[in-house]
Design a protein around this ligand. Structure first.
Ligand SMILES: *Cc1c(COP(=O)(O)O)cnc(C)c1O
Length: 378
């Protein structure tokens, strides 16, 4: 579907993505980045983000959630030689879909015995790099800790002495890595799995464990790879009370802009919009050109947005195509003016996520295809 707004867009500043990648590389100079770009590059545009990160920043490995996302990348960037890991929705049990992995040089992140069996037993998959994910405590996907021996014996019985990439995933990385018992436990279990494999004569070529929360706390430098997602797009994934543990000063790479379609004065109690919700105060209402059809969810009600530094509050019911914002009496907010829903300010972005009862991951991802993504690069 084509984007279908003119005066509204998500401005993605690739210069900031560049700075974020550089800052991460400076701290993690020995580790390779497996950049997580699932869910349309966390809403910023899958193809553009990967193209930039590969061509300009030399990131060579990317992680998506679904086979379809991987195929989109291969379709739109057919000549670029990056690797794609498919993490969760593999569709590997369907033979015609499993063949796409061969045809498109995709790496399935194997976390289920059935898929492992297919890879090991069907000779056409003999050359697919073996990427295994273990469940060390997230309890979502992955081979169980009680399956380590079984996996090892399966590998051996098929003459496989090599694992290309071994991984696991933290459940609590937004909490202290060195204090939270679950984090400590998961870290130890992952080391155990690595140990078991290597002492059984299976060579593990690469490993990864850390997502943004762990990386923001400086953990997991001993693995060959890191798997950042959110942090490279700017926001933090640490809980606010743990922010002082973070060395990370990420820049929010997007700005969300729209237009004021109309503005008018209201008296306290004037009925506004659907369900005639009374204006909470006297003031100036701005109607902006974005609503829940664009991803400004009805949960935005009450959130603070700024116009040229003046704070206003989303009032009445968010509509499909428009939203009401109430500003103090006398605020200059006029039809045709540009309106910024978020700029690059990290604190305001986190505040908006807090006020809309979302997590920062959701704010950009929930924007719909009606909103064009526009890219900026000096
Ligand atoms: C999404 C994801 C990541 C990245 O997580 P962030 O919190 O965005 O850094 C890493 N590993 C796995 C398995 C994931 O699903």
């Amino acid at each position: 579907m084509e984007a279908s707004r003119f005066g509204s867009y998500l401005l993605v500043d690739l210069n900031k993505l560049k700075s974020n990648i550089e800052a991460l590389r400076e701290e993690y100079s020995q580790n390779k980045i497996l950049f997580m770009v699932k869910a349309d590059g966390y809403g910023h545009g899958l193809v553009e983000i990967v193209k930039f990160a590969f061509e300009k920043m030399d990131v060579k490995e990317f992680g998506v959630a679904t086979l379809g996302e991987a195929m989109t990348l291969r379709k739109h960037l057919p000549t670029l030689a990056f690797e794609i890991f498919v993490f969760s929705d593999l569709q590997f049990q369907k033979k015609d879909l499993a063949e796409f992995y061969l045809e498109n040089r995709l790496i399935p992140v194997i976390s289920h015995t059935e898929d492992l069996k297919t890879i090991l037993e069907d000779s056409q998959f003999a050359n697919i790099p073996l990427c295994l994910k273990f469940n060390t405590g997230m309890n979502r996907l992955g081979f169980g800790l009680d399956q380590v021996d079984e996996v090892i014996s399966q590998l051996k019985s098929h003459g496989r002495t090599n694992v290309f990439h071994l991984m696991s995933h933290f459940a609590n990385a937004s909490m202290p890595m060195d204090k939270n018992n679950r984090n400590i436990w998961q870290h130890e279990r992952f080391d155990e799995v690595k140990q078991k494999l290597s002492s059984s004569g299976i060579k593990v070529e690469s490993t990864s464990l850390a997502n943004s929360g762990a990386l923001e706390q400086g953990f997991c430098k001993e693995e060959t790879h890191i798997r950042p997602g959110l942090m490279l797009y700017g926001p933090t994934s640490l809980a606010p009370q743990h922010l002082e543990r973070s060395w990370w000063k990420g820049q929010v790479i997007s700005q969300l802009k729209t237009t004021v379609i109309s503005s008018f004065e209201v008296k306290k109690g004037d009925p506004l919009g659907y369900n005639s919700i009374p204006a909470p105060e006297e003031g100036v209402v701005a109607i902006i050109a974005m609503g829940y059809g664009d991803g400004i969810s009805t949960r935005y009600k009450g959130a603070t947005l700024y116009h040229k530094g003046v704070p206003g509050k989303i009032c009445a019911k968010v509509c499909m195509d428009m939203t009401y914002i109430l500003f103090p009496v006398g605020t200059k907010v006029e039809r045709g003016e540009e309106f910024t829903i978020w700029d690059g300010d990290s604190d305001k972005f986190m505040q908006l996520s807090h006020e809309t009862q979302t997590i920062p991951y959701e704010l950009v991802i929930q924007l719909t295809t009606r909103v064009p993504r526009i890219y900026q690069l000096d």
